[in-house]
Structures are given as structure tokens and as C-alpha cells.
Write a protein that binds this ligand. Structure first.
Ligand code: GDP
Length: 351
């Protein structure tokens, strides 16, 4: 699905096509061209279009994506997770700056489950990563704050493609270390990196086991000052554990490294680990498999989202659901009975 070469073939035919919107019409060909040429302004505009909930914007956004699809797929997609306070933004900034200095173009996207529920976010704070934000070779985009959680995941996937079309070759997708979004980011990235903190022995073993089955790399972060000795010990524990557990990626033993973003140690080792992973995976064809798995999981999650959207989009549906909820709480129907009726009756009939 994702080609490796830049091409504007699809662009020519639609170059002059303007899409009608409430606001000024968008010259979609111009926008695609701007993104392909690496304009950060065009990229930001394109992402805003894809994030828009306006019905008119949907086909325009999809057309933009279709035009740019041939020039996507050229990045390494890295998921970064860790509990709040683990030092994700400090790490991403230091790591990102190292990569831009080495000639890479780095995009940082966020997937924040709290943003879709509250509109506010744990990750979206604008003061984060100030240095990286000012770097002309970096692009930072906070989590979309509107729509469902599924919608947030979809938008991040699409944003990732636009960033690739704009020439970003390293994409860091940051998420907080909780449940669903962590799994979603695992499914949309090539390498999954966990930022862990030093822990106190045995009681962490259970937790570590769960993490090891998800992560390709574990950074024991804040390995500096008084914490250095304990951090090195924690790294050894993770390494020992890695040999006994099911790896997150077949053919790759999960690695652990001590890193300090404050002292800027372990940054290069982290990058070397990720490059070795890519090299090994490409040799074993697992790279293509994982990319295909990403597309497949995106496809099924979109079917899922679409079903939910179309269910609730029917006029009167929300009222019908709340009426059934009341009946349920009054003991007039069973859960299974209510769901069956909801799917069998059009909303108007049951009101
Ligand atoms: P996030 O919530 O995971 O994004 O965490 P932050 O990046 O905001 O960092 C949380 C706190 O940890 C801040 O006070 C940072 O200064 C501190 N911190 C981050 N990285 C390091 C590190 O490498 N060493 C030490 N000692 N502190 C760090």
C-alpha cells in the first residue's frame, strides 16, 4: 500500500480541482505540493484538515491523503511510552535534537487518551520540548483533542503518513503508559520504546513481564547522579528477564539500556539499538510483515469506528439508546434484549 518513492502522478489530474467548503476553497493540489516540498505550514494545514470534524472536510482530507500515499512509508515509526513523569518529553527533546543534528528530520506526534475525553491533555502542554519545537528539522504536533478515542488513533495514523510525505524520516509517537492507547500506538509503529524508572526488586516483576511483552526496547531513565547505580541494576534485571519471556517482536530479544536525558547519555546507544532492530527485521522480512500488520489493524479499527459512527449517526439514535438505558435500569428489559431491539428497530419506531 505504501510506496517508497515520491510521486505526484495522482496530483496532476486533480491539481486544479477545488473542493467546496464553508470557508475558502482549498487548492488541494497546491497543498499536496507544499507538503511534498517539506513546507511545515502546508503540513500543519493538511493535518488540521484531516483532524477536522466538518463533514465537508472529510473527502478533501481523504483526497489529500490519496495523493500523497505514494510518497509515504519511508520513515522509522517509533512509539514512546511511559507513565507521566517518566521523562518522555525530556527524552524526546534530547533524542530528537541529536537526530536532527545528524541530518534526520524528526516528527513528534502525541496520542493522548485524556484529550478525547476532557479536551485537555496530559501530553499536549505547549511548553514542552521548546528547543525541539524551534528546530527547523523537527515538527511537533500535540494530540488531537476532539472526537472519540478511535478517532484520535485514526488521525494520528493519517498524520504520520502526511509527515512521511513531507520527508520526516523519524516519527516519534508519544503516549502515556495506560491501556488502550499504548496498544494502539504499539500497533501503528515499528519499534516500541518504554521509558521505565528504577524499581524496587521483586514487586515489579509482574509489571515488568507485561511491559516486556509489549516493548522492543526499555530505557531505564534518569540514570544519573545518585540514581545511576540503581538504574544499572534495574537494567540488568530487565536483561535477565528478557531471556525468559516471549519477545514483543519475533526474532528480537527486548533490550534494556540506562539513559539520562539530563546528562545526554545513552542517546546514541538508543539510536543504534533501533537501527539494529530495523536492519535485522528487514533481513528477516519481518519489517514488511509488521508494516502490513499496521495497515491491517488500521483497516479493522476503521471498520469498527465506522460502525459505531454510523450507528449513532441515525437521527433519534441517542434518545433511543437513553430510553433503553432507562428501561434497563427499571428492570423492564435485559441488556441482551435491549441491544437486540436497538439493532432491530429504527430509532423512530421505538421512541
Ligand atoms: P513526562 O511527563 O514523561 O513527559 O516527563 P518530563 O519529561 O516532563 O519529566 C518529568 C521530570 O523528570 C522533570 O522534572 C524532568 O526534569 C525530570 N527528568 C527528565 N529526564 C531526566 C533525567 O534524565 N534525569 C533526571 N535526573 N531527571 C529527569
Amino acid at each position: 500500500m505504501e510506496g517508497l518513492h515520491s510521486s505526484h502522478d495522482g496530483m496532476k489530474s486533480v491539481k486544479r480541482r477545488k473542493f467546496k467548503r464553508n470557508k475558502a476553497p482549498i487548492e488541494i493540489g497546491e497543498l499536496a505540493k507544499g507538503i511534498s516540498e517539506g513546507s511545515r505550514l502546508s503540513l500543519a494545514k493538511g493535518i488540521t484538515l484531516l483532524e477536522s470534524l466538518a463533514i465537508h472536510d472529510k473527502p478533501v482530507g481523504q483526497e489529500l491523503l490519496r495523493m500523497l500515499l505514494p510518497s509515504t512509508g519511508n520513515s522509522i515509526r517509533i512509539g514512546v511510552t511511559g507513565v507521566p513523569g517518566a521523562g518522555k518529553s525530556t527524552f524526546i527533546e534530547a533524542f530528537g535534537l541529536m537526530l536532527t543534528k545528524a541530518g534526520h528530520k524528526v516528527a513528534v506526534l502525541a496520542v493522548d487518551p485524556s484529550s478525547s475525553i476532557t479536551g485537555g491533555s496530559i501530553l499536549g502542554d505547549k511548553t514542552r520540548m521548546e528547543l525541539l519545537a524551534r528546530d527547523s528539522q523537527a515538527f511537533i504536533r500535540p494530540s488531537p483533542t476532539a472526537g472519540t478515542l478511535g478517532g484520535v488513533h485514526r488521525k494520528t495514523r493519517e498524520t504520520m503518513l502526511l509527515c512521511e510525505a513531507a520527508g520526516y524520516d523519524v516519527i516519534l509517537v508519544e503516549t502515556v503508559g495506560v491501556g488502550q492507547s499504548e496498544t494502539a500506538v504499539r500497533e501503528m509503529t515499528d519499534f516500541f520504546l518504554l521509558l521505565a524508572l528504577t524499581g524496587a526488586g521483586d514487586e515489579l516483576q509482574g509489571m515488568k513481564k507485561g511491559i516486556m511483552e509489549l516493548a522492543d526496547g526499555i530505557i531505564v531513565h534518569k540514570a544519573d547522579g545518585d540514581n545511576l547505580r540503581l538504574a544499572n541494576k534495574t537494567v540488568r534485571e530487565y536483561r535477565q528477564l528478557a531471556h525468559f519471556l516471549q519477545p514483543a517482536t519475533p526474532g528480537w530479544t527486548t533490550r534494556a539500556l540506562p539513559v539520562s536525558s539530563l546528562k545526554e547519555t545513552g542517546m546514541l546507544e538508543t539510536w543504534v539499538m533501533i537501527k539494529e532492530f530495523k536492519c535485522l527485521m528487514e533481513q528477516s522480512n519481518y519489517w514488511t510483515d509488521r508494516r502490513q500488520a499496521q495497515t491491517r489493524s488500521w483497516f479493522y479499527s476503521m471498520i469498527h469506528d465506522h460502525l459505531i459512527d454510523s450507528f449513532y449517526a441515525e437521527p433519534g439514535r441517542k434518545l433511543q439508546v437513553s430510553n433503553f438505558e432507562q428501561k434497563l435500569l427499571n428492570g423492564q428489559v435485559t441488556v441482551a434484549g435491549a441491544v437486540k431491539e436497538l439493532f432491530e428497530q429504527s430509532p423512530k419506531k421505538s421512541d
